[in-house]
Design a protein around this ligand. Sequence first.
Ligand SMILES: Nc1nc2c(ncn2[C@@H]2O[C@H](COP(=O)(O)OP(=O)(O)O)[C@@H](O)[C@H]2O)c(=O)[nH]1
Ligand SMILES: [Mg+2]
Length: 237
Amino acid sequence: MSLLWQARFFTTANHLRDLPNTQVPEIAFAGRSNAGKSTAINVLCNQKKLAFASKTPGRTQHINYFSLGGAHVGQHRKDEAKVDEIRALLVDLPGYGYAEVSGSAKQHWQELLGDYVQKREQLAALVLIIDSRRPFTALDIQMLEWFAPTGKPIHCILTKADKLNRNDAANALRLARSILSSYVDEEGKPFPFTAQLFSALKRTGLEEANDRIIELLGLSELQDAGAQDHSDEKSEK
Ligand SMILES: Nc1nc2c(ncn2[C@@H]2O[C@H](COP(=O)(O)OP(=O)(O)O)[C@@H](O)[C@H]2O)c(=O)[nH]1
Ligand SMILES: [Mg+2]
């Protein structure tokens, strides 16, 4: 059982000033509308409706938080004792690139996302959700360039790999990796950027994505301890 399966709705914010005053590490999921972000979050968390898998892209313009640990906290988040039990947060960012979003909504989005990824100290890493058939649109590059200067890791999940044949999938991954490795810091060192193929439909790449997210949240030890408890339970039976 993955720690991600504990994910519970925590809070939602439409302005930076409304972000939760939490200290635990958080990992944010960003991506174009319709790239498969909600589906990926739901599959990774083993829950059908955690992140609303919308058929009408662009409608979720808020930043949604899910908590890991202190699983019973749920919406009673004003109870500080229980908030203390939270180990990490998953952050579902508004999808971008939806054509019908109006000028002012677009600007709100740019300010919200740009400021969030550049300034949020608790943000440990970014998961960039990209449709493997459309790798790195201009707005994906924009996200990358906002975030790269922080020096924090990006893990790029290329979704809907089931829609590509093996060859095209391998090419998409190669292209993604070459774009990611083209970013270097002032000393010419590459940024900690990784990429993988993923299919929610075929459930491929699930373990790789799960392990990377747990690692980026600094929860590997906790996850391993949990797995250990679990195997002890089994062996006692
Ligand atoms: N074939 C296939 N379809 C997917 C996959 N992931 C998501 N989809 C579909 O892509 C559409 C958009 O997915 P959604 O998760 O709502 O995208 P979001 O806007 O990025 O949150 C939906 O119709 C999903 O069923 C996948 O891995 N394979
Ligand atoms: Mg969505």
